[in-house]
Design a protein around this ligand. Structure first.
Ligand code: SIN
Length: 354
């Protein structure tokens, strides 16, 4: 599974799991507060300093090479696994943070909240305006049975956002949840062809919209250096992952797409993270690297078949590395984006499915 790996004693002992445990966040409880336990980060590869060295004509570390193909800045390969530090400009980062929060979770795109609440509209704006989600009705059973075959969660109770002190009657209060809590609990949304997590497959019969054109163009540009010669990348689906403090993404393979000669374009926004890139088996020791806002990883070539995951994000001001975003959200609604991204990370990974 993707989000919640089944753990057995054996899987707890693999080299990948050991690395996850090494880098994940641990808290020590001192008398009054939770303190993050220090972690040895000396072995984490930092492509930002590799890029700085490269720009100053300093020799690259062993195992790092530069792929100079069809892109406007250096693409570094780590033992033939390509990635582009600083691939997105600051303006692009701002744009995709906004879209990831305000547009991507909008129906018919699905999110992790669908299973409980059905499709919910305007999550981000509702969080900003301190609305609460209340149960309003349940679809009649006969309608449910008709649509169940198509979309299992459509018959969840129906919910809508209301003003906190407005329509909320005392009977609703026990069935209400604030939009800001739901925003913090947003874990994923899916664009384009929708992914059915319970079956671990794309369900092409689920209602969906095409991936926005601007995102397709960006993904095509980034995928180009890692595409088989003469072929064009066709973005058909994207998974947007949202990470809050303490969240991690367990080691997994992306194996649901038909043609693994096509890369997955994976972009990072917001707080810095540690990304683990292993081998074809969980027994292979993964390489740890920092990913910062604007970096792109191309899961291509050998890496396309490798285990990977995110054991840690850094949400403290000193390590999050997002000071460049502070000036980017100045309009009236900008604070809501900034508040979110100061303690969060977003990953958009774009795939060709067929
Ligand atoms: C993923 O592998 O699905 C996401 C990786 C990331 O968050 O960088």
């Amino acid at each position: 599974m993707y989000r919640s790996e089944v753990t057995t004693e054996e899987s707890e002992r693999t080299a990948f799991r050991k690395a996850e445990k090494k880098y994940k966040i641990y808290y020590d409880n001192t008398k009054k507060k939770k303190v993050t336990r220090p972690v040895d980060l000396s072995e984490v590869i930092d492509f930002k300093s590799i890029l700085d060295d490269y720009n100053c004509n300093i020799e690259l570390n062993d195992g790092v090479s530069v792929l100079n193909r069809d892109f406007d800045r250096p693409i570094f390969c780590l033992e033939s696994r390509p990635g582009i530090p600083g691939a997105l400009s600051i303006e692009e980062q701002r744009q995709w943070i906004r879209e990831s929060l305000a547009s991507f979770p909008q129906p018919p795109n699905r999110t992790n909240h669908n299973a409980i609440y059905g499709p919910i509209e305007d999550l981000f704006v509702s969080a900003k305006e301190r609305r609460v989600l209340v149960e309003v009705e349940r679809l009649p059973d006969d309608v449910c049975s008709e649509v169940n075959a198509l979309q299992s969660d459509v018959c969840a109770p129906w919910y809508k956002f209301v003003e906190e002190h407005g329509e909320l009657r005392s009977k609703d209060a026990c069935k209400s949840v604030s939009a800001s809590v739901l925003l913090r609990k947003l874990r994923w949304s899916t664009l384009g062809l929708q992914f059915d997590w319970s079956k671990r497959s794309y369900n092409i019969s689920l209602p969906h919209k095409k991936i926005p054109d601007a995102l397709c163009q960006l993904a095509k540009r980034m995928a180009a250096p890692a595409m088989p010669r003469g072929e064009e990348f066709l973005p058909e689906a994207a998974i947007v992952n949202y990470f809050g403090s303490g969240d991690m993404l367990g080691g997994h393979l992306d194996d649901m797409e038909k043609d693994w000669s096509k890369p997955i374009v994976s972009m990072s926004l917001g707080c810095k993270a540690i990304f683990l890139l292993g081998g074809k088996s969980r027994e292979d020791t993964p390489i740890a690297m920092f990913l910062r806002s604007g970096d792109a990883v191309l899961m291509a070539g050998e890496a396309r078949e490798c285990f990977h995951g995110v054991p840690r994000i850094f949400t403290d001001a000193e390590n999050a590395d997002i000071s460049h975003l502070e000036t980017q959200f100045t309009q009236e609604d900008g604070h809501a984006y900034l508040d979110y991204i100061r303690t969060s990370r977003i990953n958009i990974n774009i795939r060709q499915v067929f």
